[in-house]
Design a protein around this ligand. Structure first.
Ligand SMILES: N[C@@H](CCC(=O)N[C@@H](CS)C(=O)NCC(=O)O)C(=O)O
Length: 219
């Protein structure tokens, strides 16, 4: 399986991380995303007219959406990661997968603006990013009330992997995670998974703030 990849792309990292957790070996084809903009050149546009990476190829199959790639890797090598034990869980996983694309736009947009000087309304991106983080914090708080550490179950699914990179890298866009104890515990839970691999730029400094102490109300 071949992954068109940029080492500092959180969307590409989702796929590398999922493959590492599943023990799947990827053939990495590095893309000169910055400064070369190779993803907008003729070879890659022929594969993905949307002009984005990652792109995953397996034989005749060409996938250009990270959520579809996560689902494909899981269906092939670890169906339990699909989180489809019951209709409600399957629906929750889909809900967070859709949500993850908002994170690409707002948290990812703020990060690109800060790191690669991409044009954009940084204040609006940050405000949307913070609104999304509040939603995620509330979702994870509700999960804690159900004694579950991850987004849909008490074990990780592709939904967690879809959301993890842009959240972990939010501080790169100038958005602090200090105010979100449940998110910080969730980041730690993902980090401690067997087979977890780092991405350059997702570093522990982001999490070395005071320990999170989420309030858990009596049931
Ligand atoms: N829908 C895509 C979006 C991925 C995405 O936004 N990738 C970024 C890199 S992290 C990209 O290629 N952006 C194009 C650009 O900024 O020129 C997915 O989730 O797979």
């Amino acid at each position: 399986m071949k992954l068109y990849d940029y080492i500092l792309s959180p969307s590409c990292y989702k796929i590398r991380l999922m493959a590492a957790l599943l023990g799947v070996k990827l053939d990495i084809r590095p893309v000169d995303f910055h400064p070369g903009m190779e993803h907008r050149g003729p070879e890659l546009l022929a594969l993905n007219p949307a002009g984005s990476i990652p792109i995953l190829m397996d034989g005749d199959l060409v996938l250009t959406e990270s959520s579809a790639m996560l689902a494909y890797l899981a269906a092939r090598s670890g169906p339990e990661w699909l989180g489809c034990d019951a209709p409600q869980e399957a629906a929750r996983a889909q809900q967070w997968l859709s949500f993850s694309h908002r994170l690409t736009t707002n948290l990812g947009g703020a990060r690109l603006h800060q790191m690669l000087l991409r044009p954009g309304n940084i204040e609006a991106l940050r405000a949307q990013g913070i609104a999304a983080l509040r939603e995620l914090e509330a979702g994870l708080f509700e999960q804690r009330l159900r004694d579950m550490r991850f987004l849909t179950l008490d074990r990780p699914t592709i939904a967690d992997i879809a959301c993890f990179p842009y959240v972990a890298l939010a501080p790169d866009g100038g958005i602090s995670l200090d105010a979100y104890p449940n998110i910080r515990l969730w980041l730690r839970a993902i980090r401690s998974l067997e087979g977890f691999m780092e991405m350059p730029g997702i570093h522990r400094l982001h999490e070395l703030k005071p320990d999170p102490h989420p309030v858990k109300e009596d049931k």
